[in-house]
Ligand binder design. Structure first.
Ligand code: NOJ
Length: 473
């Protein structure tokens, strides 16, 4: 593989695919506790086994390599490495990730490793998780263990996956542990502490003399206002602060967005946790690349009336709810009649890929970007021949990839693309019904057999065509 070859691969997360929730010394995670009996786990599914990547990783990596992919993004389970969140290291956890990394390299896949993807060790969650400032140093100590163990072979690292969306679901929607609803104080505090933790881990990585690169992964919240909006600029200003600017400005520019503190104060939102010394941490912890998970945009208009409310659909086809939010006196989401939605009420809007990339370039310049996730969640059953003909996924992903390539042609510095997900896996509160994989997993069969879907072959061809057309000269 040439050093500057575009990376094409798939992305997973530890809790969503590994299974083996209590094997080989792994400690309890917050999702183990939540999924085992919390009534808010409305579909009743757990990640106890999932697609059992822990025991099937060679098969999955073989499948990725045969699909012409040259990279694999996965996350490390903090509680598999440090069962109590801090202190004693679980050597069997280290062995597992060494095996995954070594097998990736043997098969020609560049490992892209995320340190934290929604799954706090329960011991840390019980102390308040990222709402507690102590978690910052616990995270950095955990990052050090990972950098020391795997940093000789892993050249692409991400500190935190979707810090904003994690904070949103845990503190605004209330569908992720610890299930706080509409708690603006806690939402911003968790985002802020995650930003500080990420910057400290980046600074640590850069100080260790390792030869790779480190970034953060955000959920792209590209904001658009509808044409009838009376105050589009003001809404954009507020929405960018609410959605993504805290994480983007701290990680790319190394500074807190200037408008953030006045905005929070004017709205009586707690700012007491913001410390002057953190400004230096942000300066020292600037990322090398940005990971962007691209699924949808935030389509907004002026606040109309009523109390603040979050709209969320974890019941899929059983519910008619559309994903969105109304924040009193700020803004609300609105419906674009020309845009399709998936059965969980989320917009499918391929152009947000182009818009998000161009906006990042416009605001932050030439920072290298990886599209760390993009994909389509559907209900799926194999046909009589055992195949899944997932034409909707193919159409949808093709649209997003076309927009990514258009943005690259217009000057955006995109280095790679990861399909979410290489195989079917656990979709958090949506359980197993919402499938994203390019490879079908039979969750009813204890052997968890895998069968490639039509999209798997489409993706392989797309990668080969891209290499032939763009990289063979
Ligand atoms: C983003 C998250 O990183 C991942 O965990 C999730 O399952 C996918 N989006 C699909 O919703």
């Amino acid at each position: 593989m040439s050093a500057d070859a575009f990376l094409w691969g798939g992305a997973t997360a530890s809790y969503q695919c590994e299974g083996a929730w209590n094997e080989d010394g792994k400690g309890l995670g917050e999702w183990d506790v939540f999924s085992h009996g919390n009534p808010l786990n409305i579909n009743g599914a757990t990640g106890d086994v999932s697609c059992d990547f822990y025991h099937h990783f060679r098969e999955d990596i073989d499948m990725m390599a045969s699909g012409s992919q040259n990279t694999f993004r996965f996350s490390i389970s903090w509680s598999r490495i440090l069962p109590e969140g801090t202190g004693k290291v679980n050597e069997k956890g280290i062995d597992f990730y060494n095996s995954v990394i070594d097998y990736c390299l043997e098969k020609g896949l560049e490992p892209n490793v995320t340190l934290f993807h929604y799954d706090l060790p329960n011991a840390i969650a019980e102390k308040g998780g990222f709402a507690n400032r102590e978690t910052i140093d616990d995270f950095v100590a955990y990052a050090r263990v990972c950098f020391e163990a795997f940093g000789d072979r892993v050249k692409l690292w991400a500190t935190i996956n979707e810090p904003r969306y994690y904070a949103y679901c845990s503190n605004m929607v209330g569908n992720y542990p610890p299930n706080h609803s509409l708690d603006f104080d806690r939402y911003f505090k968790v985002c802020y502490h995650e930003a500080v933790a990420s910057a400290k881990a980046v600074a640590l990585y850069h100080s260790m003399g390792l030869t790779g690169q480190i970034g953060i992964v955000i959920d792209s919240c590209n904001v658009e206002t509808s044409p009838e909006t009376r105050e589009p600029e003001l809404i954009k200003l507020k929405a960018d602060l609410f959605y993504d600017q805290l994480v983007l400005d701290t990680s790319i520019r190394g500074e807190l967005p200037g408008a953030l503190v006045p905005f929070l104060r004017e709205n009586d939102i707690d700012t007491s946790y913001i410390k002057f010394e953190d400004m230096l941490t942000f300066q020292r912890g600037k990322i090398d690349f940005l990971g962007l998970n691209v699924y949808n945009r935030m389509y907004l208009t002026d606040y109309s009336e009523g109390e603040t409310e979050v709209f969320h659909n974890n019941r899929g086809a059983w519910s008619k709810k559309k994903e969105g939010i109304r924040i009193k006196d700020w803004f609300e989401t609105t419906d674009d009649p020309n845009t399709k939605r998936n059965l969980w009420g989320r917009e499918i809007y391929p152009k947000c890929m182009y818009n998000a990339l161009m906006e990042i370039r416009g605001r932050y310049g030439d920072i290298p970007v990886y599209i760390t996730e993009n994909g389509h969640g559907c209900y799926e059953t194999p046909g009589p021949d055992g195949r899944v003909e997932d034409d909707d996924r193919i159409d949808m992903m093709q649209g997003y990839i076309d927009n990514m390539i258009k943005a690259m042609d217009d000057g955006c510095n995109v280095k790679g693309y990861y399909a979410w997900s290489p195989m079917d896996l656990y979709s958090w509160v949506n359980g197993y019904e919402k499938r994203y994989g390019l490879v079908y997993v039979d969750f009813d069969d204890p052997a968890r057999p895998r069968t490639p879907k039509k999209s798997y072959y489409w993706y392989k061809q797309l990668i080969e065509d891209y290499r032939h057309d763009r990289e063979s000269q």
